[in-house]
Design a protein around this ligand. Structure first.
Ligand SMILES: Nc1ncnc2c1ncn2[C@@H]1O[C@H](COP(=O)(O)OP(=O)(O)O)[C@@H](O)[C@H]1O
Ligand SMILES: [Mg+2]
Length: 743
């Protein structure tokens, strides 16, 4: 960690503050506590004085005397380390009260369970008596406990309300998820019963009894004599729900070790140490020139900015410093500085960009405690906070992630760091990637990894998906896999992948195997949207809404943070978002619903908005060099494991996934659009009247016009009343349609 406390002796000497008694008080408390503890524990080795002291303490505090002595020592140490003496005094008083209340509680135990002796001492007896006299033993005891817990929450700065809310939220989410699974499972079950009811009489009866509505849509009730005919006229029957048992795979697979990664460079840090001292002096002097006396406390260097904490003398206004922002920036020769209040230290922080940004390497991130100890296979070493602390998160609860920013801002590097983070954690049987890279720039490094997955092809043909049409069909198949998993989970009455895998591992149910997580990564969403925005959006939405429980997670990246790519539908389903540097405030708003990303420094400087968080955190992203990514991939490839999975959909089964009604409507709309586009191309203009003449009805014309606009073929610039027509896009679309029609 790069956080270090900085006792600037140089600066202290100059400021010439009178010596305070804090160190003496702190040392006194620590020593007194330690000595008392010794006397109580080693009673027979502490002489006459020690014995008497111990007896007094034990009489007064009971067994709580041990805690009292340790607490005293602890307070000494914390005074020594505390930056804010006022806050320390408050804490000291409160925790002294806690000791007394604890004695009281211990005595109450003796009151309720007389078999237990009073371990609370004289103090406990008096405290308990106090409460009892006022409120009686029952209410008094409860009150003693309540005050004790309340004071604890104040000292330790947590709130019981928050804890309660968090527990409540988790429970609520679980219940909702369970309901969704139940509903979907029921629907799927009904469909299956309905379609297989032709073969036996029992099934027929059940279909009618269990699923009256499903039977109505799928099987007309008027035809009970020949129920098999409509069942067959439906889309081809999907393959059986169960995935065939997996052979033992990847038994010898080894996760890549960290020593194949480039080590971080630390030399710059030493050099910067002096630069930090110089800047601290400049800060102090500049403010001094304006008549503001400050002392520089901690200096907290981060990868991109360094924070200098100023302790203000009493009576100096925070505003008097913020008004000097530009002067300070000038004196520090910095392009921009940020001034932040630090209430917990009652100090003012000045964030100054470092002359050279430090690269946050994947190696140091992967060595961080948070990363090593995180049990999730989807652990993501995202980067470091502005004070240089590793920030590690988990994709599972997100459950989907949106990444956006201008070209060259660090999106692809971020995707590499996600993939490599996961490769350093997860085995190929735990997790699979679907990699979609229409630009064909970044992801070829990972070709051939056993972690690759594509539900539309067999494992021997799996690869990085670069063709946008192929990507679309893969997403469609994935929706189908998702439904199959729901069905499978419902059969075993589990509600998410974690419980399913637990069950699969703990009980050797015939043919039941753990299933892998699926992470879909799309580097450049805009390129996919070009083909058919509506369809892509539909699939993404269906996956995003339902997929978390069955272990499917989506990561989308785009360099076009405009509303036609990051649509309302996508935003609503992606609550975890990363914004890299954007070119405008508008783009920042599209991604984060707030400005700020436009002021980032680029090259991995990011704002990360965790799901449900009110404000984003600023991070410097983890850097994964091409060499590191290659080394990890090579290490895995050298082990010779091939991709292997059972969950894929045969071509003929593909149609089964989409609902027939939707299909029909979609097909109709597509035909309307095609015919309208041909018309527009021929006449070189577009209008309501033209379309009305062509389609025959005014309503239909309006409908088609809005479809054309929605797909981006035509647009009406603000303030004008004429349509602008994108002929090139129309031609491209028509050409595409013709070529697929030929196939
Ligand atoms: N986390 C990072 N740390 C340091 N440099 C970075 C980081 N992320 C990106 N860069 C620099 O920025 C360049 C562009 O990043 P890239 O991810 O390709 O951008 P994008 O995909 O957004 O166009 C990289 O080649 C690298 O030099
Ligand atoms: Mg890129």
């Amino acid at each position: 960690m790069t956080y270090y406390k900085f006792q600037s002796r140089l600066l202290r000497k100059k400021s010439g503050k009178p010596a305070d008694i804090r160190p003496y008080l702190a040392a006194g408390l620590t020593i007194a506590g330690a000595v008392m503890f010794y006397f109580i524990v080693f009673n027979d080795r502490s002489g006459v004085v020690g014995k008497i002291a111990a007896r007094i303490l034990l009489n007064f505090f009971g067994r709580v005397a041990y805690i009292f002595a340790l607490w005293l020592a602890y307070e000494g140490v914390s005074l020594w380390r505390s930056k804010n003496e006022k806050k320390w005094r408050m804490d000291f008083a409160l925790s002294a009260l806690e000791v007394a209340l604890l004695c009281g509680l211990v005595k109450f135990v003796n009151v309720y369970f007389p078999a237990v002796p009073n371990y609370g001492g004289l103090l406990g007896k008096n405290v308990a008596e106090f409460f009892t006299r006022l409120f009686g033993p029952a209410v008094g005891g409860a009150l003693n406990l309540t005050v004790f817990l309340y004071a604890l929450s104040v000292i330790k700065d947590f709130s019981f309300k928050d804890i309660f809310h968090r527990v409540y939220d988790v429970a609520k989410r679980d219940i909702e998820e369970y309901r969704k699974v139940r509903a979907l499972a029921k629907k799927l079950d009904d469909r299956r019963v309905a379609s297989s009811s032709g073969s036996d009489e029992v099934g027929k009866a059940r279909a009618k009894a269990v699923a009256p509505e499903a039977a109505q849509t799928a099987t007309p009730p008027k035809a009970p004599v020949k129920p098999s005919a409509p069942a067959r006229s439906q889309t081809p029957a999907p393959p059986p729900a169960q995935f065939p048992p997996a052979p033992p795979q990847y038994v010898n697979y080894k996760i890549p070790p960290l020593d194949i990664l480039t080590p971080p460079k630390n030399s710059a840090e030493e050099e910067q140490h002096h630069a930090h001292l110089d800047r601290a002096k400049v800060l102090q002097q500049t403010l001094g020139d304006f008549g503001i006396k400050v002392e520089v406390g901690d200096i907290i260097p981060g990868p991109v900015v360094t924070r200098y904490d100023l302790n203000l003398e009493a009576g100096i206004k925070y505003q008097s410093i913020t008004t000097l922002q530009d002067n300070l920036a000038l004196a520090l020769k910095a392009a921009s500085i940020r001034i932040v209040p630090i209430p917990e230290k009652s100090a003012v922080g000045i964030e100054v960009p470092n002359p050279a940004t430090r690269i946050v390497t994947i190696k140091e991130m992967a060595q961080a405690d948070d990363f090593v100890k995180n049990p999730s296979p989807l652990t993501f070493a995202l980067g470091q906070t502005t004070d240089g602390v590793p920030y590690v998160t988990d994709i599972i609860p997100m459950p989907h992630l949106l990444i956006a920013g201008a070209t060259g801002s660090g999106k692809s590097v971020c995707i590499h760091s996600l993939i490599v983070s996961i490769l350093l954690k997860a085995r190929p049987d735990e997790l699979k990637f679907i990699l979609i890279d229409p630009k064909r720039l970044e992801l070829p490094i990972y070709a051939g990894l056993p972690h690759l997955y594509d539900p539309s092809v067999t494992p021997d043909k799996v690869g990085i998906i670069t063709d946008a049409r192929k990507a679309m069909s893969t997403l469609k198949q994935l929706v189908y896999i998702m439904e199959k998993r729901y069905e499978l989970f419902a059969k075993h009455t589990v509600r998410n992948i974690e419980s399913f895998n637990e069950l699969a591992r703990s009980r050797s149910v015939e043919g039941m195997h753990p299933v892998h997580y699926i992470v879909v990564i799309i580097d450049e969403l805009a390129d996919l949207m070009l083909i058919s925005r509506r369809e892509i959006e539909d699939d993404i939405q269906r996956l995003a809404q339902m997929a978390r429980a069955v272990g499917i997670h989506l990561v989308l990246a785009t360099q076009r943070p405009s509303v036609d790519v990051i649509t309302g539908v996508i935003k609503a389903n992606f609550s975890a978002r990363i914004a890299f540097q954007t070119t405008s405030k508008v783009d920042s708003r599209v991604i984060l619903d707030a400005i700020g990303a436009d002021e980032l420094l680029g090259r991995g400087d990011m704002l990360f908005l965790p799901p449900g968080a009110p404000r984003p955190v600023r991070l410097q992203g983890t850097f994964v060099s091409t060499k590191d990514a290659e080394n990890v991939a090579k290490y895995i490839l050298a082990q010779g494991h091939k991709p292997s999975y059972e969950e894929y959909v045969r071509r003929d089964g593909a149609a089964a996934s989409a609902a027939p009604v939707d299909r029909e409507k979609e097909e109709k709309e597509k035909q309307y659009i095609l015919s309208a586009l041909r018309l527009v191309l021929e006449r070189r203009r577009v209008s309501q009247d033209l379309l009305k003449a062509h389609f025959g009805s005014s309503a239909q014309a309006t409908n088609v016009l809005s479809l054309l606009e929605k797909d981006g073929f035509i647009m009406k610039p603000e303030g004008t009343n004429r349509w602008t027509i994108h002929y090139d896009k129309i031609q491209e679309h028509l050409a595409n349609e013709e070529s697929t029609a030929k196939e």
